[in-house]
Design a protein around this ligand. Structure first.
Ligand code: GAF
Length: 388
């Protein structure tokens, strides 16, 4: 049926027997380059995508929250601001909302309660940040409805705090920040040390293609946290706050003092930071040959040094890079261990890319891929049903 905004309004009426006051949305994201660099105070280059979580809300006079998702209609979750209790793994999606209000309470902020319904079309579990979209859509609604006047960056930081401290995932700031601050037709170069960001136009000649490998992602949290610990161990070895303050030449000189695994993890992060800055310049200048080279190097580094790709993802990247050559770039995107690849390719090659995936991926892997032809979208906002 209808678009997500209409669906959110409909679910609201079905659940609460009255109409919602307002609608808010936040996008999922795709990271063009700069993987596992955010929690190392490095650089990332994500874009918000035109897949959204939409929330319909009605203000309440008390501090109670009641929430329903279209994934589980009829199952109303309820909590009181500042009394979220402990994260309950069986509660699934609502933990991300409770995490947000819990983080606010810890910070000393208060907000009035809300009745809310949640719907969305960000693919779940695909590495396109459906959880950040949920947190940021909710945070934007709470911020607006209680007139807190938090900046989009502050909403993103609160969402990250909720996920780190309440949900228990040690994620960096990238996903929340791009969901809050994305710009249409642009990627955002984010310096995760000072959280400065600058929009980078994506040339009109390029198609943004995301392909879901449909590999069931396993061990994601434990492997993610392990990578983070390995990076922190190397920073500690050098006596610095983060890998941002280690130079590649220092790392090379200290190679024998580190385990091979830790050395390679750090080499990925340091080289990825450079590639991300160069890729941002290449994109801005429309230098697709350079972009292609940097995205290929990024993928190889994730595969060989950071070891976060899986064979099916490597296969997808190989299939696509054979079609596009230097007329576009392709690499795995997101935290890894399954999920998606991102390709930025000359429009003229879009059909050939899709045909190559359709004719080769299933034969080589036994899985069906899902292709999303996307565009870079704006960040979280209040929205009208008619203009969604
Ligand atoms: C996940 C995390 F949530 C991000 O913070 C980032 O570290 C990413 O993995 C890897 O680049 O999406």
């Amino acid at each position: 049926m209808s678009n997500p905004a209409q669906r959110a309004n409909k679910l609201f009426v079905q659940t609460f027997g009255t109409t919602a006051d307002d609608l808010y949305l936040a996008p999922g994201r795709v990271n063009l380059i700069g993987e596992h660099t955010d929690y190392n105070d490095g650089f990332v280059l994500p874009a918000a995508i035109n897949f959204h979580t939409v929330i319909a809300v009605k203000r309440r006079d008390d501090d109670i929250y009641r929430a329903v998702s279209d994934a589980f209609p009829g199952d109303i979750k309820e909590w009181t601001f500042g009394q979220e209790g402990k994260m309950d793994p069986d509660d699934g999606w609502v933990n991300y909302l409770k995490g947000f209000t819990a983080a606010m309470a810890v910070t000393g902020l208060t907000a009035k309660g809300l009745d809310i319904s949640v719907v969305g079309n960000v693919p779940l579990g695909a590495g396109l940040s459906s959880s950040a979209a949920l947190e940021v859509a909710f945070g934007t609604a709470v911020n607006d409805c209680s007139q807190l006047r938090l900046s989009p960056l502050a909403v993103a930081q609160m969402a990250q705090r909720g996920e780190n401290q309440y949900v228990g995932c040690a994620c960096g700031i990238m996903d929340q920040m791009i969901s809050a601050l994305g710009e249409q037709d642009h990627a955002l170069l984010i310096d995760c040390e000072d959280l400065d960001s600058e929009p980078v136009h994506i040339p009109d000649s390029l198609s943004l293609i995301i392909v879901n490998s449909n590999v069931q992602r396993g061990l994601v949290d434990s492997e993610y946290n392990l990578r983070r610990e390995q990076c922190e161990a190397v920073a500690e070895h050098f006596g610095v706050e983060s890998l941002r303050h280690v130079e590649l030449c220092q790392l090379e000189a200290a190679k024998s003092e580190l385990s091979d695994v830790c050395y390679r993890r750090a080499r990925h992060v340091l080289t990825e930071n450079r590639r991300t800055q160069h890729a941002s310049h290449a994109l801005e200048a429309g230098n697709i040959t350079k972009l292609s080279e940097l995205m290929a190097q990024s993928h190889a580094s994730m595969r060989d040094d950071f070891e976060i790709t899986v064979p099916e993802i490597d296969t997808l990247v190989e299939i696509i890079s054979r079609v596009i050559g230097e007329r576009g770039g392709v690499r795995m995107t997101g935290g890894g261990f399954g999920g998606c690849i991102v390709a930025l390719v000359d429009h003229a090659l879009t059909d050939a890319v899709v045909e190559a995936i359709e004719s080769q991926y299933a034969t080589k892997t036994g899985l069906e891929a899902t292709v999303y032809l996307c565009s870079a979208s704006a960040g979280a906002t209040r929205v009208d049903e008619e203009v969604y």
